[in-house]
Write a protein that binds this ligand. Structure first.
Ligand SMILES: [Fe+2]
Ligand SMILES: [Fe+2]
Length: 485
């Protein structure tokens, strides 16, 4: 049974192909025939990566740079657990605010008094010039942190923090947990590291990154069990550089937050999860502006007609609004302004090869923006907060138009260069394999607050692939569809 919102999305994308109804009907109404997309995607549910839990075998204490015990052990399978508390050096070595930055939430360390060990640092990411200042807080011991938080220092796992930092924790040490393991979750979802501590349990679907084919094993947004995480921070059209999504750093930057007043949950953990999730969405929407700017240049390089260029420019403007909406929600949940800092432009250049433009067009627009539209619509349907649901519906409608633009561009490109059809078929097949290879977790989510669980996202993506992308692909790439186009 086709979801009505997916049926609408499919109709919109098919209409963008400007194919006569006679050419479209068989491909679109024939969903029960064999999958001819080469994707291997089926109606089956998410792959269950359930593991029998042998606990921590062969544990070894992790030592810091000075050779002192960190209080964390690593098991033979790579899982890391906290077994004892220790004090950390609270020094924050990051460059301080110089007073010349454009956005300054603070000027000097003495302005940062919300918690102990504050410093007013200049945001200076990825080699870009600092143009914002904000307070960050280090910690020396757990008592420096708020309720439900613990102090974690450098050296436990590479890259998780630049200084000792308070992180959410539902256990203090392994002895607190029925499983005997207070596990460390630290994974980068494509926009930054999320660090948290929680008891390992039989509900866990993985123990270490090695169990997961994609990014990492960790706790998902608002979840209390370990499961395979993916690069969830990629709604819509990413700005890819060398295959990775490029985003600006997110921090206490003013001027980007739309004035929104969602219902703010009382739970600190839920607030943090929502602020982090929407901050990451904002960073990706912000990056989409650059992605469309680059795409406009690529269209010009291919000799595209003016309608496509105008729509690409309009889509970039939509992404500015999406970023403001997402940062508006992040700011409301965080209780302070959240926005993007300077973005590194290293390696960001338009692609001159038609084959490369085609592959990116298929992945970023025809597939990702269609999936993003379906995902935003599904999240809106389950969201009880009318403010958040309104944001999600606006994003869903715009992403659907962006996906339609992508399909129009693809139709034009294949008409202009029919020799690219085999490359297009290969690119769609690769996208199908990418989606089919995902092994999402299941269980808890913050659906009522507008965040789909990884499992719900995967189900939505799979349905959108089957009911939207695959029929459009068939309509465009089948001999009859191509001839009609
Ligand atoms: Fe967007
Ligand atoms: Fe978009």
């Amino acid at each position: 049974m086709t979801d009505p919102s997916l049926a609408r999305l499919r109709a919109l994308l098919l209409s963008s192909l400007v194919l006569p109804a006679a050419a479209l009907t068989p491909a679109c109404d024939d969903k029960d025939e064999e999958d001819d997309t080469g994707t291997g995607l089926t109606d089956g549910g998410a792959d269950d990566t359930g593991t029998s839990d042998p606990g921590c075998v062969g544990e070894e204490m992790i030592l810091d740079e000075a050779g002192a015990p960190t209080g964390y052990v690593v098991c033979a399978d790579g899982a890391i657990n906290r077994v004892e508390a220790r004090a950390w050096d609270p020094t924050i070595l990051a460059p301080r605010c110089e007073g010349t930055e454009i956005d300054r939430a603070c000027e000097v360390d003495a302005d940062c008094t919300a918690k102990p060990h504050g410093a007013c640092i200049a945001y200076n990411y990825k080699g870009g010039a600092a143009d914002a200042c904000g307070c960050v807080y280090s910690c020396e011991k757990d008592a420096d942190c708020g309720a439900g938080e613990l102090c974690i220092g450098q050296g436990v796992k590479p890259g998780i923090v630049e200084w000792s930092e308070c992180v959410p924790a539902s256990c203090e040490v392994s002895a607190d947990c029925p499983s005997g393991e207070c596990g460390l979750s630290a994974w980068d979802d494509g926009c930054g590291y999320l660090v948290e501590l929680s008891c390992r349990s039989d509900a866990d679907e993985c123990r270490d990154d090695g169990d997961c084919p994609e990014i990492a094993c960790g706790l998902g947004y608002g979840e209390d069990f370990f499961s395979c995480q993916e690069m969830s921070c990629t709604p819509g059209r990413p700005l890819k550089v060398d295959g990775l999504a490029r985003t600006a750093p997110v921090g206490a930057v003013q001027g980007w937050a739309a004035a929104l007043a969602p219902a703010v949950p009382a739970s600190r953990k839920a607030r943090r999860a929502l602020a982090a999730a929407w901050g990451e969405v904002g960073a990706l929407e912000h990056a989409s502006v650059g992605s469309f700017a680059r795409f406009s240049l690529e269209l010009m390089g291919l000799g595209a007609p003016p309608e496509l260029l105008r729509e690409a420019q309009q889509a970039a403007a939509d992404e500015v609004e999406h970023a403001k909406l997402a940062f508006g929600l992040a700011s409301a949940y965080a209780g302070q302004p959240v926005g993007p800092g300077p973005m590194s432009l290293a390696g960001v250049a338009p692609e001159g090869r038609a084959e490369a433009v085609l592959a990116a067009l298929i992945e970023d627009a025809c597939v990702n923006e269609a999936l993003a539209a379906a995902e935003a619509e599904a999240a809106a349907e389950g969201c009880a907060d009318p403010v958040v649901a309104g944001v999600l519906r606006r994003i869903a409608a715009d992403e659907a138009r962006h996906a339609a633009l992508g399909w129009r561009c693809l139709a034009w490109l294949l008409e202009a260069r029919p020799e690219l059809v085999p490359a297009a078929e290969a690119a769609f097949a690769a996208q199908g394999r990418r989606l089919a290879a995902r092994t999402p977790g299941s269980g808890h989510d913050l659906a009522a607050l507008g965040l789909l669980s990884p499992a719900a996202r995967a189900r939505t993506h799979e349905a959108a692939w089957q009911e939207v992308v695959a029929p459009c692909q068939a309509a465009l790439l089948s001999p009859a569809g191509r001839q009609a186009a």
